[in-house]
Design a protein around this ligand. Structure first.
Ligand SMILES: NC(=O)c1ccc[n+]([C@@H]2O[C@H](COP(=O)([O-])OP(=O)(O)OC[C@H]3O[C@@H](n4cnc5c(N)ncnc54)[C@H](OP(=O)(O)O)[C@@H]3O)[C@@H](O)[C@H]2O)c1
Length: 253
């Protein structure tokens, strides 16, 4: 029996939230997994859960702090060696810390900028090294709906990093157009995860982790160029977010 297309998937930030649920749902679809994050015990528990449900899936784990450049390359190359090829990489590790600019919290904003943008660049370099060598692969960047427009206050730096990573991926897509390496950018709206635990009860647009990730996995499996997820309300909302006059948008955010 032949397995799914893009058999082996590497996911960063797989220890919780969207990354862990993507791992579960991709395993359900028959994929093998290369999973990494800092909290190895969480990855071990996730692997036990996946292998219990699907004893024939291969799941390899590595500890990774994406802010450690050398470790990013070591881990990606190590997974490539384990599996022989990596067919898809999902750059998902991210952080939601932030404070209004000029309020004494450069540390929080810098941490978000380093993890969400500079470390995503390192992961993109490491993924593309593998894909160029294979002349094949699917590059997936997890951006955010907040990339649609500059965002106020605690979101300012976060939104800028997510616009930055979307552009990185879009640049690659233009370079690789017509070649065997494909590029997808995912723009999630609110999906329940550790990152937004604090606001889950107050946010009417929050999707459950399972439903939100179903929309992500569906868009990735279709290898869409880009997708706002879940499509409702976020696809129409993307138009509003890009074009609404500032006073109106400020009231909506
Ligand atoms: N949930 C949403 O509503 C939403 C919306 C838009 C975009 N996103 C994006 O989706 C991605 C996943 O976030 P989430 O919502 O699932 O949040 P989460 O539950 O907090 O998960 C974040 C993941 O990133 C990993 N991570 C953070 N810093 C890391 C580091 N320095 N090195 C390695 N891994 C690191 C964490 O693993 P360790 O702590 O174990 O290292 C964890 O697995 C992020 O890029 C986020 O910006 C989420």
């Amino acid at each position: 029996m032949s397995g799914p297309k893009r058999k082996t998937i590497l996911i960063t930030g797989a220890s919780s939230g969207l990354g862990a649920e993507m791992a579960r749902q991709f395993a359900d679809l028959g994929h093998d997994l290369a999973l990494c994050a800092r909290r190895i015990e969480k990855l071990e528990a996730l692997r036990a859960e996946i292998v219990a449900a699907h004893p024939d899936r291969r799941v390899e784990l590595r500890t990774l702090d994406v802010n450690d450049d050398e470790q990013v390359f070591e881990v990606f190359r190590g997974f490539k060696k384990d599996f022989g090829s990596i067919d898809r990489v999902v750059i998902n590790a991210g952080l939601g810390k932030g404070a209004p600019l000029g309020t004494g919290r450069y540390d929080a904003n810098k941490e978000t900028a380093m993890t969400n943008f500079v470390a995503a660049l390192a992961q993109s370099e490491a993924a593309m090294e593998i894909f160029r060598e294979q002349n094949a692969g699917h590059f997936v960047m997890i951006s955010s709906m907040s990339a649609m427009r500059g965002m106020p206050k605690t979101m300012t730096t976060y939104a800028a990093t997510k616009a930055g990573v979307a552009h990185l991926a879009e640049g690659l897509r233009m370079e690789l157009h017509g070649k065997p390496i494909k590029v997808t950018v995912i723009y999630p709206g609110y999906i329940a995860s550790e990152m937004n635990e604090g606001i889950a009860g107050d946010q009417p647009l929050m999707a459950s982790t399972e439903k939100g990730v179903q929309a992500i996995v569906s868009a990735i499996e279709k290898e869409k160029a880009s997708a706002c997820v879940p499509p409702l309300p976020w696809a129409p909302m993307s138009v509003v977010m890009k074009h609404a006059p500032l006073p109106l948008l400020k009231r909506l955010i």
